[in-house]
Design a protein around this ligand. Structure first.
Ligand SMILES: Nc1ncnc2c1ncn2[C@@H]1O[C@H](COP(=O)(O)OP(=O)(O)OP(=O)(O)O)[C@@H](O)[C@H]1O
Ligand SMILES: [Mg+2]
Length: 220
C-alpha cells in the first residue's frame, strides 16, 4: 500500500545541511498498523510527511497504492491526499479563525458532499473523540489535548484508507490517550491502514509492527 524505496532527505538552508533520513526502505501493507519510534530529531515526522506526500524525498521513491505521484503536479497531489490520506500533525495545524466543527468539516469541502451531510459527518467524528460539547469553540479556546482530538476528528472525518498520525496521544493524559488509541485500533479493525509515530512503548505494543529510527536510519 505504501512503499518507500531507498528514501533519503536532506534539508538545506543557506548555511547548513541536515541529513534527516538516509536510505529508508519500508513497506506498509494494506490493513497494517505500524508504529514508528526513535529519539527526538531522528526523522520520524520527516518520514511521515514523505509518506503522506507532503514533502518530497531528496533521493528515492514513494509509492502509494502502486502510484508514484509527480510531486510537481500540486493539484493532482492535493486531490489524491484528500481522498486517500488522513493526517494528524504533531502541531495540529488547526485553523484558528474557524470553530471546531468547521475545522473538522474542512477535508469534506473539497469533495462533492452537501453541507447537511458534511455537518452530520463532522458531528459523528467529534462524537468519536468525545468533543461534541465543544463544537462552537475556536482552537485558541481549547486545551492542548482537545486540539489534538479536533485534529484526530478532522483526520478521520472522510474515512480515509490511510491515516498517518504524528504522536496522536502525545499531549493527552493516559486515559484520554487510551481512548484515542482505541479509536485508532477500531478504525484499523475496520480496514484503515495506520502509521503512527509515538514515544509511548505501551501504545506501540498495541500495533502490528514497530520500526525504530536512529539518526535518520532504520535500526529495527
Ligand atoms: N525544515 C527543516 N529545515 C532544516 N532541518 C530540518 C527541517 N525539518 C526538520 N529538520 C531536521 O531534520 C531532523 C529530523 O526532524 P524531524 O522533525 O523529522 O524529527 P522527529 O523525529 O520528528 O523529532 P521529534 O520527536 O522531536 O518530533 C532534525 O534534526 C531536524 O532538526
Ligand atoms: Mg516529530
Amino acid at each position: 500500500m505504501i512503499s518507500l524505496d531507498n528514501v533519503s532527505k536532506v534539508y538545506r538552508t543557506k548555511t547548513i545541511e541536515t541529513l534527516a533520513l538516509s536510505g529508508i526502505n519500508l513497506k506498509v501493507e494494506t490493513g497494517e498498523f505500524l508504529s514508528i519510534m526513535g529519539p527526538s530529531g531522528c526523522g520520524k515526522s520527516t518520514l511521515l510527511h514523505i509518506m503522506g506526500l507532503l514533502d518530497d524525498p531528496t533521493k528515492g521513491q514513494v509509492f502509494i497504492n502502486g502510484l508514484n505521484l509527480d510531486q510537481k503536479n500540486h493539484i493532482a497531489l492535493a486531490k489524491f491526499r484528500n481522498h486517500h490520506l488522513g493526517f494528524i500533525f504533531q502541531s495540529f495545524h488547526l485553523i484558528n479563525d474557524l470553530n471546531v466543527i468547521d475545522n473538522v468539516e474542512m477535508p469534506l469541502i473539497y469533495r462533492n458532499i452537501g453541507s447537511k451531510q458534511r455537518r452530520l459527518m463532522a458531528e459523528k467524528a467529534l462524537e468519536q473523540v468525545s468533543l461534541s460539547n465543544r463544537m462552537s469553540h475556536y482552537p485558541p479556546q481549547l486545551s492542548g489535548g482537545q486540539k489534538q482530538r479536533v485534529a484526530i476528528a478532522r483526520a478521520i472525518v472522510a474515512n480515509p484508507g490511510i491515516i498517518l498520525a504524528d504522536e496522536p496521544t502525545g499531549n493527552l493524559d493516559s486515559s484520554m490517550g487510551n481512548e484515542i488509541m482505541d479509536i485508532l485500533l477500531r478504525l484499523n479493525k475496520q480496514g484503515t491502514t495506520i502509521v503512527m509515530v509515538t514515544h509511548d512503548d505501551r501504545m506501540a505494543k498495541k500495533t502490528n509492527r514497530l520500526v525504530r529510527l536512529f539518526d535518520g536510519a532504520q535500526v529495527q
